[in-house]
Design a protein. Structure first.
Length: 65
């Protein structure tokens, strides 16, 4: 099977250095891409220090053909 991949970033809010994720914003992004046939494959945050983060990186996949 052949796969196509797509990445998306969701920014944390709450300050210049990052903060917390808005669960609603994350859900909207997941649903948008899910409607187009993308399946979430993995995700990770861009951790800095002491639990601070700026972004969540989402990796999606869907079959080709």
């Amino acid at each position: 099977m052949l796969w196509m991949y797509k990445t998306a970033k969701v920014k944390a809010t709450g300050g210049f250095l990052g903060g917390k994720f808005n669960a609603g914003k994350l859900e909207v992004k997941l649903n948008e891409l899910g409607k187009d046939g993308w399946e979430l494959s993995t995700s990770f945050t861009t951790n800095k220090n002491y639990g601070e983060t700026r972004d969540a990186v989402l990796v999606f996949k869907r079959s080709v053909g």
